[in-house]
Design a protein around this ligand. Sequence first.
Ligand SMILES: NC(=O)c1ccc[n+]([C@@H]2O[C@H](COP(=O)([O-])OP(=O)(O)OC[C@H]3O[C@@H](n4cnc5c(N)ncnc54)[C@H](OP(=O)(O)O)[C@@H]3O)[C@@H](O)[C@H]2O)c1
Length: 333
Amino acid sequence: MNRRVVYTRGGPPSDVLTVVEEPEPAPDGGQVLIRTTAFPIHPGDLLAVDNYPGEAGDPVPAGAEATGVVEAIGPGTTVAPGVEPGSRVTVFSPGAWSQWIVADAEEVVAVPEELSDEVAAQMVVNPLTAVMLRREAEEHPVFAYEGVMVQTAAGSSVGRLLTGMCQFHSLPLVNIVRSDGGAAELRKRFPDVPVVSTQHPDWADEVREAAGGRPICVAHDPVGGKLAERLLDLLSPGGKLVIYGPLAEEPITVHAAKVLYQALIVKGANLGRWRLEVSAERRAADVSAAKQIALALADQFDVPATYGLGELAKAVEHAGRPGKIGTVLVRPW
Ligand SMILES: NC(=O)c1ccc[n+]([C@@H]2O[C@H](COP(=O)([O-])OP(=O)(O)OC[C@H]3O[C@@H](n4cnc5c(N)ncnc54)[C@H](OP(=O)(O)O)[C@@H]3O)[C@@H](O)[C@H]2O)c1
C-alpha cells in the first residue's frame, strides 16, 4: 500500500490536502522506485495548492521534492552514477509527497554521503533556485562589471543560500528583510553582507547607501506587491526585477512611464520553466551546482520541525508561520 498526499480542488492547503491510499507502484523502463524518508513543505508547494486553477475533479498529487532510498530500478534503465538499489537519492518531481515514488530516472539525484537526510530532503529545489537567480544576475550586462544585486525576503531558505553563494563568489549583494529581528539573524549568519530592514521608513535610502553608489542592476523578489514597486524605484536604468514568488496578496502597480523611460525589465523566473526550457546538459550542470551548494552551506538548511504524515495540517501551518527559519519536513512512514 502507498499513502500519498493529494488535493481535488484549489484552496487553503490545510483544508484541501488529504492523504489517500493506493496500491504500491512498480517502475517501468526508464523509472526508479523510491521509498521516501522525508519531504519538505516549500511555500511554493502550498501556493500551487492554494492557486490551483482546475475544477474539482481527479486527485492531484502534491509536493515537488523528496528524499528516500532506491528500492528498484525499471528494466533497461540508465541511471546517474551512485543511483542503485539501497542508495540514498533525492527527486525534484511533481507528486513527491508520497511514501513511494516512481520517478523518471533522469530526475533522480544521488545524495552525497556527507549530507544528512534533513539536508538531502531539500537538496535540489532551493539550491537550484539560487543557481537560477545567480544566473539571472550574471546575465545582466552591467552587473558583471560594476553592479550590485539586491534581494528581498533574504532570510528565507532560498535567500540564505543565495547569500552564501554570493559571499563565496564575491558577488555584491544587499539583503532586504521585513523585520529588524530578521535582519539581526541574517547579520549573525553573514556578518559581511549588508542587510536592511523595511521596518525603517527610510529603508530604500539605506539600500542605496549599502550599494555604495554602484548601480543596482538586479533585484530578486519572491514577494511582489508594494515591495516590488519600491524595488523598481531602486533599480538603475536598464535594471532587472526578477519575480520568483507571489507572497504578497496585492498586485504590483507600475506606471508604464517608469518602465519605459528607465528601460526596466520585469521578469518572472521559476523552476517549472527551467524543467521545460533548459537543455538536459545545463540541467545536469545546475543540479551538480545545487549539490555543491548543499555540501558547502549544509548549516543553512535549517529544519524548524519534522512532522509525521498524520500531522500534515500542523506541518502546513508551521510552514507558513511568520518568522520561521528553515524548511518544515514530513517523515512519511
Ligand atoms: N520560482 C521558483 O521556482 C521558486 C523556487 C523556490 C522558492 N520559490 C519562492 O521563494 C520564496 C521563498 O521560499 P523559501 O522556501 O525560501 O521560503 P521560507 O524559507 O519559508 O521563507 C519565507 C520568507 O518569506 C518572507 N516573507 C513572507 N511573506 C512576506 C511578505 N509579505 N513580505 C516580505 N517577506 C515575506 C518571510 O519573512 P519572515 O522571516 O519575516 O517571516 C521568510 O523570510 C517563496 O515565495 C517561494 O515560493 C520560488
